[in-house]
Design a binder for this molecule. Structure first.
Ligand code: ATP
Length: 350
């Protein structure tokens, strides 16, 4: 495995800038996940690393070697596609051998590597089958085995789990992550699924409109989002729109005055995570913000209960209550009190 360096990588289609000067370093053995909404440029970035798309500008370096201009089969990157991209008329073993034949590996060595790769993905003994004789999850594992058989410097995964059903997806996530850690693989995965990203990554890259918005660990992105986009995209937040009147004081467009920490006077938004808000039938004390409201919506999510509270004609707050014995779960229409410490909210100036 090797370190991957992406330097000022850009892709332009006519007037449209699909990827804007993306620079990322992926350490040897690290699992990096590119996360972002549809169209943000994450797939284009991954495909430029794989060699399927030629960048307009910038460089890709694998183990210190500049591979920007090399075709896919000359850079040692193993790629797994959303669609699996298995050859339907080739057996599992022939599919896994494909990349090795392209690379002119000796026969005996190919046979050994195919067996090893199939064993790694727990498909030993399935080499003689055709892809259509396997389940979706097994086909995806064949695709993974094919990528691993070339002993890649970097493993590239393009939404590898999105064709699997929800339950299987949760299992395969853990499986891929454990395999990646066991083999010390350097890996880059693209997904738009937050939970998938959070489960699998060492570090995450949040992209929007072709650009990197923040790079960090799960905790960095959740606890210290660098901007409003990240606060909105990673996890849930309530946003109050309004003005920072003075550092520490925010006035919403609905007329609420809220205590916060810092902020530069001017227009902005106050973001608050739903689990940081307390809710009760009686007024709280000792918190920087104590407000009254009326419950408008309650949704039972299992581990969490999602409660929407109207605070003013234009201010609504989401509260998450952990579903445990004795939890206060109000009903729609019920008056309630909500509260949170100033430090629980984050101010984003416009
Ligand atoms: P998704 O999750 O939907 O695949 P993405 O973040 O992976 O989204 P990309 O596939 O990288 O997004 O595409 C980024 C942008 O570039 C999109 O707006 C897309 O329409 C545009 N784009 C991609 N390929 C081309 C192309 N060949 N010609 C023109 N525009 C393209």
């Amino acid at each position: 495995m090797a370190q991957l360096d992406i330097e000022n990588l850009s892709k332009r289609y006519g007037d449209f800038q699909a990827v804007r000067e993306v620079s990322l370093q992926v350490a040897d053995g690290e699992f990096l996940v590119l996360l972002g909404p549809s169209g943000c440029g994450k797939t284009t970035t991954l495909r430029m690393v794989a060699g399927f798309i030629e960048p307009t500008a910038g460089h890709v370096k694998l183990g210190g070697r500049d591979v920007t201009l090399l075709p896919p089969w000359r850079r040692n990157a193993g790629m797994v596609f959303q669609s699996y991209a298995l050859f339907p008329h080739l057996t599992v073993a022939q599919n896994v051998a494909f990349g090795l034949e392209m690379r002119k590996v000796a026969r005996a060595e190919i046979a050994k590597r195919v067996d090893d790769a199939l064993a790694l993905v727990r498909l030993a003994g399935h080499g003689g089958r055709l892809p259509r004789q396997l389940s979706g999850g097994q086909q995806q594992r064949v695709a993974l085995a094919r990528a691993l058989a070339i002993h890649p410097d970097v493993l590239l995964l393009d939404e590898p789990l999105s064709n699997l059903d929800a339950k299987l997806r949760q299992e395969v996530r853990v499986e891929i992550r454990e395999l990646q850690q066991k083999l010390g693989l350097t890996a880059v995965m693209v997904t738009h699924d937050q939970e998938e990203a959070l489960t699998m990554a060492d570090r995450l890259v949040v992209m929007s409109e072709g650009a990197v918005r923040q790079v960090g660990t799960q905790r960095d992105l959740y606890e210290r989002p660098a901007n409003r986009f990240v606060a909105d995209f990673v996890g849930r937040s309530t946003f109050f729109e309004g003005m920072v009147e003075a550092p520490g004081r925010f006035r919403t467009d609905g007329g609420l005055t809220l205590a916060c920490v810092g902020g530069t006077p001017g227009r902005g938004a106050l973001a608050l995570r739903p689990e940081r808000v307390g809710i009760a039938s009686t007024a709280g004390s000792g918190l920087d913000n104590n407000l009254r409201g009326t419950v408008e919506f309650v949704s039972y999510l299992g581990a969490l209960i999602d409660i929407h509270v109207r605070l003013s004609p234009s201010d609504r707050l989401i509260v998450h209550v952990a579903n445990r014995d004795g939890a206060f779960v109000p009903e729609v229409g019920q008056p309630v009190h909500v509260g949170w410490p100033a430090a629980a909210a984050q101010v984003f100036n416009e």
